[in-house]
Structure formats: C-alpha cells, structure tokens
Write a protein that binds this ligand. Sequence first.
Ligand code: G6P
Length: 482
Amino acid sequence: MARLIIISNRLPFSVDHDGDQVSIRQSSGGLVSAIKSYFESDAAKNSNITEKIWMGVADFSREDFDREVVPKLDKYDFTALPIFIDKALYKDYYNGFSNSTLWPLFHYFPSVVEYHSHYFEAYSKVNSLFAETLLPILQPDDVIWIHDYQLMLLPGMLRARAPKATIGFFLHIPFPSYEIFRTLPTDWKMNLLRGLMGADLVGFHTYDYVEHFVQSVRMVLGADNSFRSIQYQNRLVKADLFPIGIDYKKFSNAGNEPEVQELRAEVQKNFEGKKIIFSVDRLDYTKGLMDRLIGFEYFLNQHPEWQERVVFMLNVVPSRDDIIAYTRRKRTIEEKVSSINGKFSSISWQPVIYRYMHLPFNELAALYQSADVALITPLRDGMNLVAKEYVASTVNQRGVLILSELAGAASELNEALLVNPTDVQDVSNAIARALAMPIPEQKQRMALMQKRLIDYDVIRWVNDFLDQLSNVKTEQNKQQTK
Ligand code: G6P
C-alpha cells in the first residue's frame, strides 16, 4: 500500500476571480489531462495506491485556500498540496530560468535563450522550496513522481535527504542533443543532471531523447552506462521511453454528448460546401504558427481552385504572456492573419478564422470532429497530444492528419502526412493531398493510428511508468545485497 505523490509546477487547476465570483478551471497541458484521467480510472482504483497527493505552485492566495474560498477541491479525488511562492521569486523561476532558458534551449532555439545567474538561483530556490514542503510529510512507502523541466533539481534534493525514497521523473519536452545541452554554463548543466540522477527512473517520450540524455550524463558527469542503465554514485538509475498517450475514450465518445452534436451541426451548417482545416496550439514560438500561416498562404496561391472552398480555423490558446518572446509572436501572427484575409477574402469567404482563447472541451471536440484536415506543424515538440486527440476524435475515421516530423508524436503516427514545418512547398503539397485524399485511404490511415492509440493510452502510460519504477527499486535492492 502506498501513497502516490505527483509533483509538477502547476496544480491541475487554476482559480479565476471575477469580483466575488470564484471559478475553477482545469489547467491546460497534456500532463494534467493524463494524470486526471488516470486518477478517475479503474486502474487507479484497483491499484495499491491508498492516497493521491498533487503538489504544485498555487495560483491563489494562502488565505483563499485556508478559508476554502477555493471550492470543491474534493471533486478532484486527490489531496492538493499547494506551495505559495513570492511573486518576484516565481517570476525569475518561471518566466526566467524555466521558460527563457530551459524551454528555448531544449526546443532548439539557442538564439532565444537568456543566461542570467539570478534566474538559475531562483530556479534552485523554488526547487528547494518544493523539497522543504515535501520532506516533513514524506513516508517510507511513498511513490514520488516529479514532472517536467521546471523541477529538474528536485529529485537530487530529495535524494540527499531521503536516500531510500522511490522517485520517478518524467520530462515532457525534448531532451536536446549533447551539442545543444553543453552550451549551458558548466555549473548549471552539472547541477541539472545531478538533479535528475537523484531519481530512480527518468522517463522520456522518444528513443532519441533517452539517447541524448544518456550521452549528456556520460559526457558531463562521467557516469558509466550499459544501454539505459546508468551507475551513478553507487546507485542504479534507469532512463527509458514512455510515449505519453491520451484518454482515448474521452475523445472517441465525445460525439455522444448532445452539446457536442449541436455544436458540430452548427459548424457544418455555417461552412456548408467548404472543407475545414483545423489547428489548436498554445501561443508558443515552438509551435510554428507563422510558418504554418505562410504555408497556407502559399497553398492558396499555388492552388487557386481551392479558394472559396476551404477555411483554416486557427485557434491559439493564450500562454506565458508575460514573456516578451511570446507577446511579440502574438502581434506578428495577428498581422499575418490579417494580411492573408485582406489579400484573399471575398464577400462570401474569409480564408483564416482566427481565435485567441481557451476552448471549452465540448467545442474542441466538435471542431476536431468537423475538421477535414488537422494541420499540426510545430518546429519542435516533445510529443504533441493535439495530433493524438484529433485521430481519436474523427467520425467514421474520416479526416487527414498533417503532422510535423519534428514532433515526438511523428515517431508513432507514421500514417499521418509528415511534413517539414519550415518547407512551404512541402506543407502546401500536403494540404493539397489531404484535401483530395480518397475516403478509403483516409480510413485506412486513421484505423492504423487509432489502433496504436487505443493500445497505448494514458492509463497504460501511467501503469508502465509506475511498474518500471518499482522494478528499478527491486533491481537496486538486489545489487545492494550482492
Ligand atoms: C508544456 C509543458 C508543461 C506545461 C504546459 C503549459 O506542455 O511541458 O510543463 O505545463 O506546456 O505551459 P504553462 O507554462 O502554461 O504551464
């Protein structure tokens, strides 16, 4: 019997205040939907987990939490353990080291990376606040699962004070090649890797990311490895791949909801006779939104026969809007949308329908189902769950996925039309091919991708990771008794 402690930068919900009204919204991102689906599943209920705890930074005040102004926490079926962090410190940790140093570097945008020692200090401080909050309540049988690049020092900090603890770590973004990783100052890269090596199991989405990590550990820390098993400070640490899946049924069954059906009927009526190309992404330079718009514009020029007959619904979700690299991007994208619409629109047709907002689930599901084509072309992406959600949502397996070969998901979704996101000709050709693809071919491709997603869904992902973590502990014990 064990307690499962999930640790991530964000709690899985955020709190919106509108005057006296307080509302709770599920946080965006694949991790939250993954773990939430697992918590609600039979697999979790039938496991030996006795209690679920989720620890993360609060976006509400300590007073609101203590006075239970933050309502209905029990509906989440876990205990929330919020950490309250001073705003200035959080800014240097979140906007600073996490999202202006690690995020661009790990996504291969070295020119965007900011190197400031006070960012790294804030990052270390916040990681140690997580450790200080957890250590006093830690029990010997607890299973700790830490998530993502914001908390790479935490496994090492916990290990130093709780040497026997069971600690897993999962990185949701790419781990870059050693040639990129090595550009970090020596002290930072050693600390980051030592931090990760405090875990028993370090998980990644793809084989390449595992390889990159193992090579960096060898080059920077000089640790010996045999394949994915690393010996570090007399302890076995494993690195392995666990490509995250989705809650397949949630998306494939969404069409049964009356509200989704109504919304879908409305979309079909409004765009009768036109094909719909759909995309949804957080506003992030890694998502390739500008290249995507340029690719669509190029397509309209190359294929005038499709003018008036296709719309591109571009949904952008607000994200990290205190960071200049993000706000600047918003302006240029909006200018590009206007220029395409200004150039091609007619009285009865507007080629790009652009929205900047969080889409409620039912609307997202209705749009996935209505889309003839999903155009998902990040310049770099750890996995990309939108691609998987679209595949699961298609009605009667009709629809075509165009996917960037630089997304982690491309290694599993080989039947998508894979494109290089910066190659306008490639993107334009793929759009033309997708719009004209015969229905039997659409179905054949979708069926193969769907099968893979059903076989390795999010519940399997969590179970596999936790099983492997327990296997590493067994192996470590055997090594010690030898
Ligand atoms: C990515 C990261 C997550 C992050 C999410 C949303 O998926 O891997 O760690 O939570 O983006 O970004 P945000 O900065 O809003 O948490």
